[in-house]
Design a protein. Structure first.
Length: 362
């Protein structure tokens, strides 16, 4: 291997490829570097997520090598010149930038895990903006309980040309609706949170991303990167049955008003559940802690409301999380009764986001 690459491109690339800092298999702490066809290809994996990133290179001699990922990343941050040369000399990778030189020990690239090829014939296309929003606006609702495998990620539900991003932990649910083009994928596939976190590092909102399913893996491919991940096992619940179709009360409120109000009230709560009470009275929404014992907080918002007085309890953090992801300046709260799930949506119906929050007994 003997190549020259642009320093900034090299820095960006090594930051975006996954690698283990400590691993039972030492090879997983390495990057695989491959120089071929005018490209430097960098690969890394933890055996659950597989990341490939490529940049343009002046390839004088093709080749491949394994090198410690952390050391290479740390070195990339302090290189002085605009270009970097990478040369394999016996069993060492020589790195030169300006007057600065490094030599890193290498290992046999044959020991590195084999990556699957992108199944292009099975792919659909989604905009980077849709993919980023679909992940960001739903992953907060995914379960952190590792025993609930099917709820530990975001469900990608493909139906014809539509793609629903859905996550739930059993107490709340978030849904973002998107569209895909080209190809055909049908069914529900649960993508782990770790893979989603890595995808967010790679995707540009301005570029399209190809998505494909093959066997037990999901694949994503951009213009200069590819990621594959093992899908989570288990059956994702039928989320369409969780979302109510009719309501007894609907109120409109400014997003900033209710978000600020809930944040003011929850600071008075010491419990992790952060319980709050929402009370609807004539032209008022009162948000308070559920009892007056110990610390008590109350805040009031002017709204349009002329029905009977109504009270319902929630985990305040769940309300904050749900409202935070709404882009519209106005939201709509939809209630059935104090014992049933509440739906929170943007007033602007063109924003394809919806949250469901289960009530708390207060």
């Amino acid at each position: 291997m003997d190549i020259i690459v642009d320093k900034k491109s090299f820095q960006d690339a090594v930051k975006k490829v996954i690698a283990e800092k400590k691993a039972a298999l030492p090879v997983l702490t390495n990057f695989l570097l491959k120089a071929e066809n005018g490209k430097l290809i960098i690969q890394g994996t933890d055996l659950e997520v597989f990341t490939t990133y490529w940049i343009n290179a002046d390839v004088k001699e093709e080749g491949s090598v394994c090198v410690n990922a952390k050391k290479l990343t740390d070195i990339s941050k302090v290189l002085p010149a605009a270009s970097v040369s990478l040369t394999l000399d016996k069993n060492n990778l020589k790195i030169v930038s300006g007057k600065t030189k490094y030599s890193l020990p290498t290992t046999d690239p044959e020991d590195f895990p084999v990556f699957e090829e992108f199944p292009a014939d099975l792919a659909v296309r989604v905009s980077g903006d849709t993919l980023l929003k679909g992940i960001t606006k739903t992953v907060y609702a995914a379960s952190k309980d590792e025993s609930r495998f099917a709820l530990n990620g975001v469900c990608f539900s493909f139906v014809e040309k539509y793609l629903d991003f859905v996550a739930t932990d059993g107490h709340r649910l978030a849904l973002y609706k998107g569209e895909v083009s080209g190809g055909s994928i049908e069914g529900k596939y649960i993508v782990p949170q770790k893979a989603l976190s890595e995808i967010k590092k790679l995707v540009s909102e301005y570029d399209d991303v190809e998505v494909a399913i093959s066997g037990s893996s999901i694949f994503f491919k951009g213009s200069d990167w590819m990621l594959s991940a093992r899908l989570l096992e288990g059956v994702f619940p039928d989320y369409t049955q969780v979302i109510p179709k009719s309501f007894n009360i609907e109120v409109e409120v400014l997003k900033g008003d209710i978000l600020d109000s809930v944040k003011r009230v929850v600071v008075a709560e010491e419990s992790d559940a952060k319980p709050i009470k929402l009370t609807l009275k004539e032209n008022k929404l009162i948000i308070s802690t559920p009892t007056v014992e110990d610390a008590y907080a109350e805040d009031e918002i002017d709204i349009e409301y002329n029905q009977e007085e109504f009270e319902i309890g929630f985990n305040g953090k769940y309300i904050i999380d749900a409202i935070d992801e709404i882009e519209d300046s106005k939201i709509v709260l939809k209630f059935i009764n104090k014992d049933s799930q509440t739906v929170i949506v943007p007033k602007d119906e063109s924003e394809p986001y919806l949250a469901v929050v289960m009530p708390m007994n207060i």
